[in-house]
Design a protein. Structure first.
Ligand code: NAP
Length: 320
C-alpha cells in the first residue's frame, strides 16, 4: 500500500510517498481502507519536531480518517468488514491507503456523512467537545465565544454549542470564515485581526461578558479575553503558539478561571462517551463537518503549508 513516510523531522517536504506492506490486524485491532484523511495542525508540529514533539522515526503521520473496514482481528465485536467508519487515532498513522487501529479508535460513520466529512471528526470534534463541556463546563443558556471559529475545532465548537442552546459568538480572520461560522450556528461573528473586535462583541452581547471563551490562539488573545468574561467565567486554552502577559486582577475581579485542555489526556472511557455523544449528533443531523478542500495524498506537503499559512474555512482533507 502507498503511505506517507517521514524519515527525518523538518519542513513539509520531508513527507514522501512510499510503498509499505499492508497492515494485518492483531487481537482487538482492525484494518481500514482509507477513503479520506484529516489534516490537523498537530500533524505539522510532530512532523517538524516543534512544541516538544520528538516522533520515533520513521513514521506515518495522521490521527484522523474515514473509510471501510477491510479486516478485523480476534475479539473485535462491534465492527465488521464492509462497515463505513471514521477514525480517531490509530496504531500506524492515517496518511496512507490503509491503517491499523484499536477497536476503540474506530466509530460508525453515518450514511448521511461523506468520507471527507468523516475525516474531519476525530481531533476537531473531540477537542471541541472536551473543551466546551468537560473542561469549560458550559451549559445550555450560557453565552460562549469561540475565538477562532473558522477552523476545524472552532466550527465543531460552534455547532456543538448551538445544538444544546448556548448563545454563540465567533471570530474569524476573513469574511468567508465569518459567514461559515454564522451558518454553523453563531449568532454573530467579528474579525479577530481588528484591534477593537472584543469591544464590538461586548457591545452586541447585552450582558457583562462571556460565560465561556474557547481560545484558539491564547498567546495573542488571552490578556484581552480575561477582560471579557462574566463573573465565574472560564477561558479554555485550546490553541497557543507563544508566550503572553496577563493581568491576574482581571481574574480576581470576576472569580474567573483559565483552563488548559489537551485532547490526548482524555481517557479511553471519556473518549467513548465523547464519541457516543458526537455519533448521536451526526445521526440526527445537528452536527455536520465542513470540508474546505480535498487534495490527493501525495500533496500532503501542500496541505501542511496551507493549514499553517492560509486563512481557515473548515477542514483540509487528503484523498488516498
Ligand atoms: P485550523 O483549522 O488551522 O484553524 C485555525 C483557527 O485559528 C482558525 O479559525 C483561524 O482563523 C484561527 N486564528 C487565526 N488567528 C487568530 C487570532 N488572532 N485569534 C483567534 N483565532 C485565530 O486549526 P484547528 O484544528 O481549528 O485548531 C485550532 C488550534 O487549536 C491550533 O493551534 C491547534 O494546534 C490547536 N488544537 C489543540 C488541541 C488540544 O488538544 N489542545 C487539539 C486540536 C487543536 P482565520 O484563519 O479565519 O484567521
Amino acid at each position: 500500500m502507498r503511505a506517507i513516510l517521514v524519515r527525518e523531522t523538518g519542513k513539509p517536504e520531508v513527507m514522501r510517498i512510499e510503498e509499505l506492506p499492508s497492515p494485518t490486524p492483531g487481537a482487538g485491532e482492525l484494518v481500514i481502507d482509507l477513503e479520506a484523511v484529516g489534516v490537523n495542525p498537530v500533524d505539522t508540529y510532530i512532523r517538524s519536531g516543534a512544541q516538544g514533539y520528538a516522533p520515533k522515526l520513521p513514521y506515518t503521520p495522521g490521527l484522523d480518517g474515514a473509510g471501510i473496514v477491510s479486516a478485523v482481528g480476534k475479539g473485535v465485536t462491534q465492527l465488521r468488514p464492509g462497515d463505513r467508519v471514521y477514525i480517531a487515532g490509530s496504531l500506524s498513522g492515517t496518511y496512507a491507503e490503509q491503517v491499523c487501529c484499536l477497536e476503540g479508535q474506530v466509530h460508525p460513520l453515518p450514511k448521511s456523512l461523506s468520507f471527507a466529512q468523516g475525516a474531519g471528526i476525530g481531533v476537531p470534534y473531540g477537542t471541541a467537545y472536551r473543551a466546551l463541556f468537560i473542561r469549560g463546563a458550559a451549559k445550555p443558556g450560557d453565552v460562549v465565544l469561540v475565538h477562532g471559529a473558522s477552523g476545524g475545532v472552532g466550527l465543531a465548537a460552534v455547532q456543538l454549542a448551538a445544538a444544546v442552546g448556548m448563545r454563540v459568538f465567533a471570530t474569524a480572520g476573513t469574511e468567508e470564515g465569518r459567514l461559515i461560522a454564522c451558518s454553523a450556528g453563531a449568532h454573530a461573528a467579528v474579525d479577530h485581526h481588528a484591534p477593537e473586535h472584543m469591544d464590538e462583541l461586548l457591545g452586541q452581547l447585552g450582558q457583562s461578558g462571556f460565560d465561556v471563551i474557547l481560545e484558539m490562539l491564547a498567546n495573542v488573545n488571552l490578556d484581552r479575553d480575561l477582560t471579557a468574561l462574566a463573573r465565574g467565567g472560564r477561558v479554555v486554552v485550546v490553541g497557543n503558539r507563544g508566550r503572553v502577559e496577563i493581568n491576574p486582577r482581571d481574574l480576581m475581579g470576576r472569580d474567573a478561571s483559565v483552563l488548559g485542555m489537551t485532547l490526548m489526556h482524555a481517557s479511553p472511557e471519556e473518549l467513548g462517551r465523547i464519541h457516543a455523544a458526537l455519533g448521536a449528533g451526526f445521526e440526527r443531523g445537528v452536527l455536520n463537518p465542513i470540508v474546505a478542500c480535498e487534495l490527493p495524498l501525495d500533496q500532503a506537503p501542500k496541505a501542511h503549508h496551507w493549514i499553517m499559512e492560509q486563512p481557515a474555512r473548515g477542514k483540509i482533507v487528503l484523498m488516498p
